[in-house]
Every structure is written in structure tokens, then in C-alpha cells.
Ligand binder design. Structure first.
Ligand code: FES
Length: 207
């Protein structure tokens, strides 16, 4: 009659318990070797690594120069929102996937969350806040209101900036041009119809 140990045997002189013991010993040896090689590599590495220090960066935003002290790793979006209190552009995710952080740099649309602040020195940055001066609002802002092109409003500032920049370059855009030109921005509330109606009215239907 076979006992439990016999049932676990996978071959002559070698059973499941032997196999598990051997595996554990191998794993321990591998971990020790890896740790040893990491320590050896660290010992060989003579260079100390420090975080880059904060430095003064001067940004021209909406026509005014602002000097802020930030680390080189800091994004333009972070500076706009947290240093300059320009909270129009929004952070939705770390990859700027939906364009809610759209700003203009030297007339081109740029995703502020994907651009380091230090890269923007010497350039002209425009945020959605530049499209309103007191009671006077840009026709794109007025058009969004007129065509009810917002619901939660989270995507709206980025869409407004993208629409303004697009129409500046394509003042006679057709519906197809507008849909293609604004295709990089996403509205999770689905207000595309109002947004395209606004842009189409300003472009006079491409005529
Ligand atoms: Fe809500 Fe566009 S209005 S995401």
C-alpha cells in the first residue's frame, strides 16, 4: 500500500517535498546574489544624485511677466494653477489625454501638463483667462454660452482655447475642418454639437 509520501513522488529518489526544498534554496540563493550585485553596483557608483534645485523661471503669461521659483521637473500646468492662480486649465490625468489643459504658446495649442515650465521661458503663453477682459469676452466664450456648449464645464476652458487657436488659423473653417481641428480635445459630457455650432457660426460655415 502507498503512503502519502509515495503519492507525492515524481520519480525514483525525488519527491514533491524535495522539489519544494530545492526551489526555496534556489530562490534564496538568487535573492542573495541579486542583493550582492546591487550593493556592488552601488559601491562602484561614485556619483551622488540629488534632486535638481528650484530655480527662477520667468514666464510671460497673458501679456505679463511672472517670475516663479520652481524645480525643473515642474510642469507649466502646475505653475499656472498653483503659482499663478490661473485655474482655467484643468488637470484630468497625467498624460493630458483629453486636452483640458490646453493653452496657447506663441499662438500654437500646447498641453500645459505635458510641458515643463522651464521650457516656456521667453515664449508668449495665453490661457483661457486671456479671453475675458472685464465684461468683454471673446466671441468664442460668448459662442459657447449661446450654443450651450458645456455641461459640467471641466473640458470647457481647454476647448475654448483650442477653438480660439483653431479659428485664428482657420477663420473660414468648414464643419469637417472644425471636427478634425478640434479632434484632440475630449468632452465626456458630449457637448460636441454646441462646440461645433459655435465654431461654425464664427467661421460663417466656411464661406
Ligand atoms: Fe463636461 Fe465637457 S462639459 S466634460
Amino acid at each position: 500500500m502507498r503512503d502519502r509520501n509515495d503519492q507525492n513522488r515524481s520519480g525514483p529518489g525525488f519527491n514533491r517535498r524535495d522539489f519544494l526544498k530545492g526551489s526555496a534554496a534556489a530562490a534564496t540563493a538568487t535573492a542573495m546574489a541579486t542583493q550582492g550585485s546591487e550593493e556592488a553596483a552601488a559601491a562602484n557608483l561614485k556619483t551622488n544624485v540629488f534632486a535638481a534645485a528650484a530655480q527662477n523661471v520667468t514666464l510671460n503669461v497673458n501679456g505679463k511677466d511672472h517670475t516663479v521659483k520652481v524645480e525643473p521637473r515642474v510642469t507649466l500646468l502646475h505653475v499656472l494653477r498653483n503659482n499663478l492662480n490661473l485655474t482655467g486649465c484643468k488637470e484630468v490625468d497625467e498624460r493630458s489625454a483629453d486636452g483640458a489643459d490646453t493653452v496657447m504658446i506663441d499662438g500654437k495649442t500646447v498641453l500645459a501638463g505635458s510641458r515643463l515650465a522651464i521650457e516656456c521661458e521667453g515664449k508668449k503663453i495665453r490661457t483661457v483667462e486671456s479671453l475675458r477682459r472685464g465684461e468683454k469676452v471673446d466671441e468664442v466664450v460668448a459662442g459657447f454660452v449661446k450654443h450651450d456648449a458645456m455641461q459640467c464645464g471641466f473640458c470647457t476652458p481647454g476647448f475654448v482655447v483650442a477653438t480660439r487657436a483653431f479659428l485664428d488659423k482657420n477663420p473660414k473653417a468648414s464643419l469637417a475642418d472644425i471636427q478634425k481641428g478640434l479632434g484632440g480635445n475630449i468632452c465626456r459630457c458630449g457637448t460636441y454639437q454646441g462646440i461645433t455650432a459655435c465654431a461654425l457660426e464664427i467661421s460663417k460655415g466656411g464661406k
